[in-house]
Design a protein. Structure first.
Length: 185
């Protein structure tokens, strides 16, 4: 009788581990404890969901009013780590001259307008146009969805009052002619 409770706990833990392997949606939704941002407009939802650097760049650029509009928007938000890994000239420009045309275009290339694409919908569309009228290609491979091949999505379906947010592990870049003149990319 003493071994029965231990056996039950082991069985439950094994079942939970297998559910994470065979049901990746369950594992993904439980991997981050994201605050509920569904009542907040996009700029505030980004800050509440932990995208501090990206939210600060939106505020400093003057795009808050645009992104508080009805939408809907799909945002591919770079993590703070992804922004920190950007080329130094980009980071300096974003911090020191947030209203620069290149910075505005950089922010705009992270937002799709007119639709809130959840994870399931992303798997069915080849791409979408951004707020800056740039085309983003959506790459679906086994176990991974990436934007423009370079930015895998690591967190899906964070709801806001006027759209949906997906965390990407890389910052998107606007067209090459929109990069800072000294950019090494």
């Amino acid at each position: 009788m003493k071994h029965f409770p231990r056996l039950c706990v082991s069985s439950i833990l094994c079942g939970v581990a297998l559910a994470g392997i065979f049901l990746p949606d369950c594992a993904l939704s439980a991997e981050k404890n994201t605050p509920d941002a569904s009542a907040l407009k996009m700029p505030q939802a980004l800050a509440a969901a932990g995208f501090k650097k990206f939210a600060a760049s939106i505020e400093a650029s003057g795009l808050v009013e645009t992104l508080e509009a009805e939408g809907p928007f799909t945002c591919f938000a770079p993590s703070d780590e992804a922004i920190a890994a950007m080329p130094e000239d980009w980071r300096i420009l974003i911090e020191q001259n947030p209203k620069d045309k290149s910075v505005i275009r950089w922010i705009q290339c992270h937002f799709v307008t007119g639709m809130a694409l959840n994870r399931d919908q992303l798997m069915k569309v080849p791409g979408a146009h951004t707020l800056g009228n740039q085309y983003l290609r959506i790459w679906v491979t086994p176990g991974k969805i990436s934007i423009n091949r370079a930015a895998p999505i690591s967190r899906f379906d964070i709801l806001s009052a006027n759209g949906i947010i997906h965390q990407i592990q890389g910052a998107l870049e606007p067209d090459p002619d929109e990069r800072p003149a000294t950019s090494s990319r």
